[in-house]
Design a protein around this ligand. Structure first.
Ligand code: SAM
Length: 236
């Protein structure tokens, strides 16, 4: 079972997300447990404020360190060798999320995801309480919540027992080092376009060969660098 705690000022954004679809099923099956924490619960002032103006001036506000560190330590324990949770800050300055990183995170027993807002969080929170900064791509979102959902979705589908058929994750794009090729379903002919004959042949070896060839072709056309990375892996 993978435990995921999210610290955010907008826990409501995650409610339907955690209840519906694969994550909802994963929680009902006991493979994943998602818990949401409102950062404002760790504030001590009357206004429950989580942000302050930046030292040195400049636009926007910065998330204050006291409520964030208190929240992280309450949920994950203090940073250090005894901590079993991995505390991940969503940040455009972090390492880029990819399938290999999602796979590694799916092997953790407890993830704590921190959602930034405003201009970001006080640097001392990162030094004192965060294990890893993770970006979902080279663009800037208004907050870490959607990025946290991307991480949760990419990671939870790799937790054993979450997908009905574990083969689906194993054959998907990036898991094999290639993009996955095209899919077809009924009807066998649609607006004059026929499903490739081999997929209807029942010849499993031929179908596997056809799929591998399409995956290579598509990867060579759209993401040729993946083929050279895969070749490099094989040589090592
Ligand atoms: N001032 C920051 C900068 O220039 O790098 C951007 C802050 S952004 C407006 C507010 C929050 O959104 C960040 O603290 C982070 O939690 C989240 N965020 C924005 N873009 C992200 C991305 N590409 N990946 C992960 N989190 C992101």
């Amino acid at each position: 079972m993978l435990r995921i705690d999210v610290i955010t000022i907008f826990p409501g954004l995650f409610e339907a997300f955690g209840r519906e679809s694969i994550l909802g099923i994963a929680q009902r099956r006991g493979c994943v447990k998602l818990r949401l924490h409102d950062l404002r619960d760790w504030t001590t002032d009357r206004h429950r404020s989580v942000d302050e103006a930046p030292y040195g001036g400049g636009p926007g506000m910065v998330m204050r360190p006291e409520p964030l560190v208190a929240a992280i330590e309450a949920v994950a324990g203090p940073k250090g060798p005894g901590r079993t949770a991995r505390v991940v800050l969503l940040s455009p300055q972090g390492g880029r999320l990819d399938q290999a990183r999602a796979d590694a995170l799916a092997r953790e027993e407890h993830l704590v995801l921190i959602c930034g807002r405003y201009e970001g969080i006080d640097q001392r929170v990162i030094e004192l309480a965060v294990d890893e900064e993770l970006s979902i791509g080279d663009y800037v979102l208004s907050g870490g919540e959607v990025a946290a959902m991307v991480v949760i979705e990419a990671v939870t589908r790799l937790v054993p027992g979450v997908l009905g058929n574990p083969e689906s994750a194993a054959t998907e794009s990036f898991a094999t080092g290639l993009l996955e090729g095209p899919h077809y379903t009924r009807p066998s002919e649609f607006r004059g376009r026929k499903v490739p004959e081999v997929l209807r042949s029942g010849d499993h070896a031929a179908i596997r060969g056809w799929r591998e060839a399409r995956a290579r072709e598509l990867t060579a056309r759209r993401r040729p660098e993946l083929l050279s990375e895969a070749a490099g892996e094989e040589e090592r």
